[in-house]
Design a protein around this ligand. Structure first.
Ligand SMILES: [Zn+2]
Length: 167
């Protein structure tokens, strides 16, 4: 795993290190080049604030397939530089819209302005089992890295999910 140029001290603290499992996730995430570009653009446009949104697609044999990405408002205005709170109304509207389409919400992405693409203890607290959590690192306004995470079977740490780019 590569590390970002911007890594505040807290990312090396026991609490942060404890959020990451040494084992990689069993599944992979398949995401198109254009969705990837769009994630990077959103993260850069939102800088220096955190942006967040939903991954739309399907899950087969523990692998996530992203068919679309949808930005959702970050309701955390107090600490929008380092926390995100996905607008529940935005979530529900998209969830309703997807009914009977064959697609569903399969994960939540967010950006880490001037921080590595590694999860924080807060990210772990808010993570749901079965969801994929891509994190985009944006350093000085430039998206530099994306890493994806999912919670392990014990639901107490994140495992790194291999990202497979599709066309
Ligand atoms: Zn985070």
């Amino acid at each position: 795993m590569t590390t970002s140029k911007f890594e505040p001290e807290r990312f090396r603290s026991p609490a942060y290190l404890a959020t990451i499992d040494s084992e990689a996730a069993p599944g992979q995430i398949h995401i198109s080049e254009s969705s990837m570009t769009s994630l990077f653009q959103q993260a850069e446009t939102g800088y220096p604030l955190e942006i967040c949104g939903l991954l739309i697609g399907s899950i087969n044999n523990g692998n996530w397939r992203v068919n679309d990405i949808r930005p959702v408002a970050n309701l955390n205005t107090d600490r929008a530089a380092d926390r995100f709170l996905l607008d529940p109304a935005g979530y529900q509207a998209i969830d309703r819209e997807l009914r009977a389409t064959g697609n569903e919400i399969i994960g939540v992405y967010h950006s880490h302005p001037d921080c590595p693409a590694k999860p924080s203890p807060t990210d772990l607290d808010s993570a749901w089992e079965g969801f994929a959590y891509p994190i985009i690192s944006v350093c000085e306004g430039k998206a530099t890295e994306i890493l994806c995470w999912s919670v392990n079977a014990e639901n107490n740490r994140f495992q790194n999910v291999q990202i497979v780019k599709t066309v």
